[in-house]
Write a protein that binds this ligand. Structure first.
Ligand SMILES: Nc1ncnc2c1ncn2[C@@H]1O[C@H](COP(=O)(O)OP(=O)(O)OP(=O)(O)O)[C@@H](O)[C@H]1O
Ligand SMILES: [Mg+2]
Length: 455
């Protein structure tokens, strides 16, 4: 695909030209915010020859040995959605830092496109690039890069200073951000007076205060000891629910990746070898390299309700009565029914004995006879992990209802399904994949029904 005719010089940057429209169209969903298309970075002299078709089957060692070129990135393609945390993982030297640096052209890509919010940054002039970086992207590094002679306040407000924000406003905004990262009260201290964890908070505050959409974080927590590191991860998760930034986060640490990532890309020798959800990566590693990363992961911490739930076997509308309920339950292979309202929102659980009691009591409709419905049988969200589901399933004989954020019933989880899923540790199990697809369909159907039903 790449050839030299595609290469055009642009203000010092040399990159293959891929029209923005094509880069967007290729992404399919259109929901992506950062699209990396066929991105290459080759270090050393005459880098473009590495892209020649004759070398298509050569590896990194060949280029280094024969041509003296180090291949930092090789035909990298990925999409990051707005508001997600996208983790890049891989061994040392696999190209992670090179990739994030190319995202803001701190190093020039050799070829390919990086489209961010509709603009291809490989096509920007130097001036556009300066503005783009200032307004759109903030970066946090492993080594916090604090200026020793500046106070915490002045270090953290650096980006605002660069933007020319007046002192009073700058300090006010920075104080708020320092509070946000737990450094209230440390404004006048100097970096040497802070622990590593606190210095990294200053680095984080410095990135947050400029209020950019995108945060690039290159191993920000790697220098911290484990306890502080976990704290920082938790805080980032909390911040993220509030701030909804688009974060590209680099790490060596799988647990960190699984905890923080909505999607994870695994890199090896400058190539992306797999991209997926944390579950995909753990359960369906595409090769041995990925499998080696994930072999020690506890499945219970990764598997979620969405992967084992089945469609609700028996639902009863609130305006229906015990006869209809017994009929519905009788036609299912279970012994309970879920009571839902007209919008398919979950109201509670109905068992056969309580339905029979309702019948004897002359109940006509359940939404006028709440005492027969078990409203304490609480639903879970589809992303509830097995770690949370297993104790629930053990303490109750009935299936666990699964609802969406609007409390609409999506499905149910059976104790036996939890056990089966855990037994199927085999990554490439076709039944597992089929079940996952089925569940995705059920979830989609549930949403549809609920939408149609709105009264
Ligand atoms: N300026 C450079 N000149 C030549 N080669 C480079 C340069 N920068 C990076 N490389 C090479 O590019 C490859 C990718 O390096 P990169 O720093 O992106 O890896 P990384 O995945 O971030 O590793 P780490 O986990 O150690 O930070 C390595 O082979 C590295 O030697
Ligand atoms: Mg690195």
């Amino acid at each position: 695909m790449q050839n030299n005719d595609d290469i055009r010089d642009n203000g010092g940057a040399t990159a293959a030209v891929i029209p923005v429209a094509e880069a967007d169209g290729g992404a399919g969903s259109g929901s992506d915010y950062i699209t990396v298309k066929s991105l290459w970075k080759v270090f050393g002299r005459n880098p473009l020859r590495v892209l020649e078709p004759e070398y298509a089957d050569k590896d990194k060692a060949f280029f280094q040995g024969e041509l003296g070129n180090v291949v930092g990135l090789r035909d990298v393609n990925l999409e990051v959605r707005k508001g997600e945390t996208f983790v890049i993982m891989g061994l040392s030297g696999s190209g992670k830092s090179t990739l994030v640096r190319c995202l803001l052209r701190l190093i020039e890509p050799t070829a390919g496109a990086v489209v961010i919010d509709g603009s291809d940054i490989t096509q920007m002039s130097d001036k556009e690039l300066v503005e783009f970086r200032r307004d759109k992207i903030a970066m946090v590094f492993q080594h916090y890069g604090l200026m020793p002679h500046r106070t915490v306040l002045d270090n953290a407000s650096w980006g605002l200073e660069v933007q020319g924000v007046a002192k009073e406003e700058r300090y006010e905004r920075t104080r708020k951000t320092l509070d946000l990262v737990g450094l209230g009260g440390w404004e006048e201290s100097y970096p040497r007076q802070l622990s590593g964890g606190m210095q990294q908070r200053v680095g984080l505050a410095r990135a947050l205060v400029v209020n950019t959409d995108i945060l690039l974080m290159d191993e920000p927590f790697s220098g911290l000891d484990p306890l502080i590191r976990r704290q920082m991860q938790d805080e980032l998760l909390n911040l993220q629910t509030e701030l909804q930034k688009t974060i590209v986060f680099i790490t060596h640490d799988l647990n960190e990746a699984l905890k923080l990532g909505d999607h994870i890309a695994i890199m090896q020798n400058g190539e992306v070898v797999q991209i997926g959800s944390p579950e995909d990566i753990v359960l369906r590693p595409e090769d041995q390299y990925v499998g080696d990363f994930t072999q020690d992961v506890r499945l219970e911490s990764v598997l979620t309700a969405s992967k084992v739930m089945v469609s609700p076997k028996s639902t009863v509308m609130g305006h229906q009565g015990p006869r209809a309920a017994l009929h519905t339950i009788g036609n299912s292979d279970g012994d309970v029914a879920w009571v839902v309202d007209r919008r398919h929102r979950y109201m509670g659980l109905l068992t056969i004995p309580s339905t029979e009691r309702a019948l004897r009591a002359g109940v006509r409709r359940f939404d006028e006879a709440w005492e027969f419905i078990d409203q304490e049988h609480k639903p879970v969200s589809p992303d509830t992990t097995f770690d949370q589901l297993i104790p629930m399933a053990m303490s109750n004989d009935h299936p666990i209802p699964v609802t969406n954020a609007d409390n609409m019933l999506l499905g149910e989880v059976h104790r036996s399904a939890l056990a089966e899923a855990l037994a199927e540790t085999s990554a490439a199990d076709p039944d597992y994949a089929a079940n996952a697809t089925l569940n995705a369909a059920i979830a989609a159907e549930g949403n549809e029904t609920a939408g149609d039903d709105g009264s």
